[in-house]
Each structure stands twice: as C-alpha cells, then as structure tokens.
Design a protein around this ligand. Structure first.
Ligand SMILES: [Fe+2]
Length: 399
C-alpha cells in the first residue's frame, strides 16, 4: 500500500509521462500507475447511473471499453438504400466490388473496431432481387434476424431456409452456407457473429471451395433436404427424432436446428402473456439446442422477450454483454443512467456490468430479440448477474 511519503510526486509522474511518450516509439509502455481495470469490483454495488466508463488511470493509451449505444433504424436504414442503389447501377456484379451489401455497426467506445461488444459483430445487409452470396464456410458462428416481410433464403448444410420477418436463421461454425434473394423486392436482415471473439483468439478461418458440385453462376450448394427440414425434425418442443445424427457440419457444440420462424416465436410469447413472467425480463424465452437444452452456440445465447403494454422491468446487470434488436413495439431501455428510446428495427447494446431496465409504451406490446455472450462467460467461470429489489437492495441472480 502506498503511503504519503512513497506516493509519486506530481512532478515525478509528469516526468514519467514525458518519458512514456518517447518510449512509445519502441512499443513499450512505462508503468506509471496501477493497472486501471475497465470495471469496478463486481461485489461493490455500483450505482444505477454509473456510466460504465473506464476507471481513472489507464493502461496504455489504447484501452477501450464498449459503451451502451442505440442505432436508430430511421437514421441508419437510408444507407442501405444508397448501397443498393450503387449496386443496381454498377457495371460489375456487387460481389466484385463489395463482398456484401451491408454496413457494420461500430460501438463508439471501441475506437472504430468492427464490433458492438468485445465478442459480437453486427451488420445490416440488403439483398436486391437476384443477389447471391456464394457458398462458404467459416469458424465464427453467425445468425441472421430477418427484418423484411418476406423473400430471401439461406441454405445451410443442404437445407434451404426461406425467410420471413422475425425469423432467426443460424449458420453454426463449420456449416456450408449461401444466401440469396430470388424474390422481387429487396430483402433486409441483421447479421450477428462471434467474430471479434474468434479474431481475438486468432481462430478465424474461411473457405469457399465447396466439396462437390455447386449450382448457378454464383456458386450455391445444392438443396438436398426437404422443405422446412429443421422445423419438421425439431419444431415440436420436447420431441427429438431418433433416426438422424444431431451433428450438422463439423462445428462442435452447435445446434442442429437452423431455422426459428418469427410467427412461431410470437405465438409462443403471446401464449404465455398471462403468466407473471420474470421481473427483470418480462415474458422471456431462450432459444435452445433442442437436443441438449444448451445455448445455440457455445459462445452466444439467443433470446426473445415480450414486454406487455406499460410493463417496466426491474434493474438487472450481468458480467455478460447483450445486443438487442427491436422486433415490434416502442419503449425505452435505461442503461447506466442513460435512456434509449427505441422502436421497431432499432438495435442497441447493453455492455457488461451496467444496470439496465426495459420499459414498454403504454400503447402496446413490445418484442425484443437478444444475443448475449453469457455461455462464454459461464464457461470461463465468470458469469454473474444481480437484480435490484423494490426496496433497492441487491439480489444475486446468478450463479
Ligand atoms: Fe458466412
């Protein structure tokens, strides 16, 4: 412990900082302060309004921390039309000048990196009629949440999933997949990947050399499964087929169910609306691997929740981070003392350690989809959650 006499004087610290500026050219950093972690100790009850900024002090100049943030659909969506317009007028196929017609969301706290949290990447994609993304395979786990009413497909492991609004379509790591739009209207969806985590672990790989015959101008895998294959195999809760292996592709610990329909998700939520629900989440459902009950991916947990008209949840915080997509309704989420008003198609992120609660408008229900890195935090023995009780005391929710 530092005593008054051993504490560095301001003058000495200033001299060290100057020396640091010079030394940085050699890619070294002279320690001037104790490491400044991004988070306060978990067991200290941080105030609801704490903004989740990096603690005082620093560890090198490049230390970053995700911030809570809302991307409003009315602000970002015009860029999709502009991308699509350029693609329509181009003299080469879009795939030749931009691998995808999409934009990626960047968290303002992460210095321009292509990620919304430490583990999650999020992109918004548009596919014009006739657009095709060639068949490929990679190590990151990915999903798309469909915003358009209809149109577009993703083929995964020989199963063609036809998309509609609110659908969740999964491309687990190690599965061959391709996308396209064979309809007459542009199709828009939101891609979510654990790419930043894989990148951090130096575990990203991708391959486009599909083994076997591909079809069409832009290589697509042949459709080898019947329509609604995932749904026919696993679509009845509590029943799993005995005559197929539940391993698809060569990813490990991933779900064999690739397609959850928006209409089914909404029906399930509505069917539970008269239950009490969870005081911190409302009527919340978890997407699970139907054969194990585990998360869909080893890294990411997916959820859907109904907030009934006028419902306000209690404050909760977790050591995991969560990305939300607003599927229906209007409302607000308070995170670390900031209020984010949202409506359909908006996307927002709640970083780890920040207190948050959701409030839906009095006028109607709201539906949020979420993706968190809870399974990852859980596996490394770091998942914790707390909730605030009505008397403002704090309850341990997990572990
Ligand atoms: Fe992909």
């Amino acid at each position: 412990m530092l005593t008054a006499s051993s504490a560095p004087s301001a003058q000495a610290r200033e001299a060290m900082e100057l020396l640091n500026a010079e030394a940085s050219k050699l890619n070294i950093w002279l320690r001037t302060q104790a490491n400044a972690p991004a988070q306060p100790p978990w067991f200290r009850d941080t105030r609801v309004e704490a903004r989740g900024q990096i603690a005082a002090g620093r560890v090198g100049a490049a230390q970053v921390k995700p911030l809570p943030h809302l991307w409003q659909w009315r602000q970002i969506s015009p860029y999709l039309d502009r991308i699509a317009e350029i693609a329509r007028g181009a003299d080469v196929s879009p795939i030749e000048f931009a691998e995808r017609q999409q934009f990626l969301l960047t968290n303002p706290g992460l210095g321009g990196r292509l990620q919304v949290t430490s583990t999650i990447r999020c992109a918004v994609s548009i596919y014009n009629p006739g657009d095709v993304a060639p068949v490929h395979i990679h190590s990151p786990n990915a999903s798309r949440t469909i915003l358009s009413e209809g149109g577009g497909y993703t083929t995964i492991d020989g199963e063609r999933c036809r998309a509609a609004r609110g659908d969740l379509i999964l491309t687990p790591n190690g599965t061959w997949h391709d996308h396209g739009n064979d309809g007459t209207e542009p199709v828009i969806w939101i891609d979510v990947l654990d790419f930043p985590l894989m990148e951090f672990l130096d575990c990203v790989w991708l391959d486009e050399a599909f083994p076997g015959q591909t079809q069409g101008n832009s290589p697509a895998q042949p459709v080898t499964r019947g329509p609604c294959y995932s749904h026919r195999l696993y679509g009845q809760g509590g029943l799993a087929p005995r005559f197929v292996p539940h391993q698809r592709g060569f990813g490990l610990g991933t779900t064999p169910m690739f397609h959850y329909r928006g209409a089914d998700i909404r029906e399930a939520l509505d069917g539970l609306r008269r239950e009490d629900g969870d005081p911190y989440e409302g009527i919340a459902l978890r997407f699970v691997n139907p054969t194990t009950g585990a998360s869909l991916f080893p890294t990411l947990d997916y959820g859907a929740q109904l907030l009934r008209a006028g419902e306000a949840t209690r404050f909760k915080r977790e050591t995991a981070s969560t990305l939300y997509i607003v599927i229906a309704g209007e409302g607000a989420t308070e995170v670390g003392g900031q209020r984010f008003d949202w409506r359909a198609n908006d996307i927002f992120v709640v970083p780890s350690f920040a207190w948050r609660r959701h409030i839906s408008e009095n006028a109607g229900d709201a539906v949020l989809y979420s993706v968190s890195d809870i399974p990852l935090l859980d596996k490394i023995g770091q998942y914790r959650a707390q909730g605030r009780l009505p008397d403002d005391t704090v309850a341990e929710l997990a572990p």
